[in-house]
Design a protein around this ligand. Structure first.
Ligand SMILES: [Zn+2]
Length: 223
């Protein structure tokens, strides 16, 4: 369909989730951040592995078990190699495993700091509507209404008004705007006859406003 611009937004959180619990050194609840390091201990034929976290305030470490007393022979060689070499992509997947973190603490801080990579996958900017497909390789903490507001260059109240008018339809409906977006979720905007519709459509396909200064292409010194 040529009357709608189809875009895919890929959301990449910059910070890993931070579990909160009592730090024995600080003497109160503190967020802990993952250090990027894993520890693997051999005990005969069995292995223990931990992901190392540090208290935000005092650097006290917390070892989050990845597995304990597991037979080395039962661990897929690829996983073991990734653990032993401290493979960053593997560690990042572990660090974003919210289900595993929730077994340790009910309180987890998820950053709103998200890089949005936009790709036009169909239609043109001469359209009167937008289909947004959301891709989330990792979970993010920010609300969908805030994401749409920032990335479309609109006030959050405008997002709500568009939804109330039936011009913004989000899959999963109901309270979806107040919740974090989900992988595969779609949002459809009908902007026919709206004064600033063209600007909104342009923003939908333009590289992320928020992260324009941190894309590797622009800021090559970004670590
Ligand atoms: Zn501490």
């Amino acid at each position: 369909m040529s009357d709608r611009l189809s875009v895919r937004w890929t959301l990449v959180p910059r910070d890993c989730p931070r579990p909160v619990f009592a730090c024995p050194t600080c003497g109160g609840d503190r967020p802990f951040h993952q250090s990027g390091k894993v520890r693997v201990n051999a005990n005969g034929k069995r292995l223990d592995a931990w992901l190392i976290y540090k208290c935000d305030d005092c650097d006290r470490t917390w070892n989050r078990p990845i597995f304990e007393r597991r037979l080395a022979a039962d661990i897929p060689p690829v996983e073991l190699a990734a653990l032993r070499s401290g493979d960053p992509a593997f560690i990042r997947r572990l660090a974003f495993d919210l289900a595993a973190l929730r077994r340790k603490t009910p309180t987890i801080i998820q950053s709103d700091d998200v890089t949005v990579e936009k790709a036009v996958i169909g239609g043109t900017t001469a359209s009167v509507g937008i289909d947004i497909m959301l891709a989330l390789p990792y979970p993010v903490g920010l609300r969908l209404d805030r994401l749409l507001a920032v990335e479309l260059g609109l006030a959050r109240s405008r997002i709500i008004a568009l939804a109330d008018a039936g011009r913004l339809v989000v899959r999963d409906g109901g309270n979806a705007l107040k919740r974090p977006p989900r992988d595969g979720q779609t949002a459809r905007l009908d902007l026919d006859g709206i004064g600033d519709g063209r600007a909104i459509i342009d923003a939908a396909g333009r590289p992320a406003n928020l992260a324009a200064d941190t894309t590797p292409r622009i800021a090559s010194d970004d670590p």
